[in-house]
Ligand binder design. Structure first.
Ligand SMILES: [Zn+2]
Length: 235
């Protein structure tokens, strides 16, 4: 199983690795990787796998049967090769900011209205969040975004810790999300200060101020269980 380096250090941009398997010449599995595979509403990372100065462009990263697979732009890597890897950091960092902003907005919507998040799609210049909310108005959503921006001002730290399934189930905040948890030995918990906890395998910034300012682009009402908002981040 690939060692997913981004789980412990979201800021790792370069690392050495070894090619452990290859399919069709262009689908590469490494012994360890910081390339985040597409998932949870976040697009995949891109960047380079480099062998003796020869650069292979990573054009897609996905998770297949538990393995992180990197699609590269040309043939030339072999099993056993020692490689140097480089993330397109600007792309990843933007996704980390948008993803962490989504946590914060979800937290405010849930705290204020019990809203449940039903979808999330992150892009480089905007992000969409879908949610269910009984009592809704564009003005209220604007106020919730203001509230999220006020929390950012406090620059709370975003931290990672690990819990057993028993510990997750004993925590009332996590338990509401815990239905259908797989049978893993340990679960990764992402905390924003002491206001938010999630079982989560994604990449996050380490302090809220790195988000910048959340700007609401528009809201769309597609029925009580299907509200939608778009936002972008201003540095
Ligand atoms: Zn997350």
């Amino acid at each position: 199983m690939t060692d997913a380096l981004y789980m412990n250090d979201s800021y790792l941009k370069e690392w050495n690795a070894k090619v452990v398997s290859i399919k069709d010449g262009i689908y590469i599995v490494l012994d360890k990787t910081a390339f985040y595979p597409k998932g949870g509403g976040q697009p995949c990372d891109m960047g380079y796998i480099i062998k003796n100065g020869q650069k292979f462009k990573v054009i897609y990263v996905g998770k297949f049967s538990g393995q992180i697979s990197h699609e590269i732009d040309k043939l030339g890597l072999n099993v056993g090769d020692k490689v140097f890897c480089q993330l397109n950091w600007e792309r990843r960092y933007t996704f980390m900011r948008y993803h962490t902003a989504s946590h914060l907005i979800s937290n405010v919507l849930y705290t204020k209205t019990n809203a449940k998040i039903t979808g999330n799609q992150i892009e480089l210049d905007k992000t969409r969040i879908d949610f269910s909310m009984t009592d809704y108005s564009p003005e209220k959503l604007k106020a919730y975004v203001d509230e999220a921006n006020n929390i950012i001002e406090n620059d709370l730290p975003v931290t990672i810790n690990y819990m057993s399934k028993e510990e997750v189930l004993q925590n009332s905040e996590l338990a509401r999300l815990a239905k259908g948890l797989p049978n893993l030995k340990k679960f990764r918990i992402v905390n924003i200060g002491d206001i938010d906890k999630q079982v989560d395998g994604g990449t996050h910034i380490s302090h809220l101020k790195e988000i910048g300012i959340i700007k609401l682009i528009k809201t769309v009402n597609k029925g009580k269980n299907n509200r939608r908002m778009y936002f972008f981040l201003k540095e």
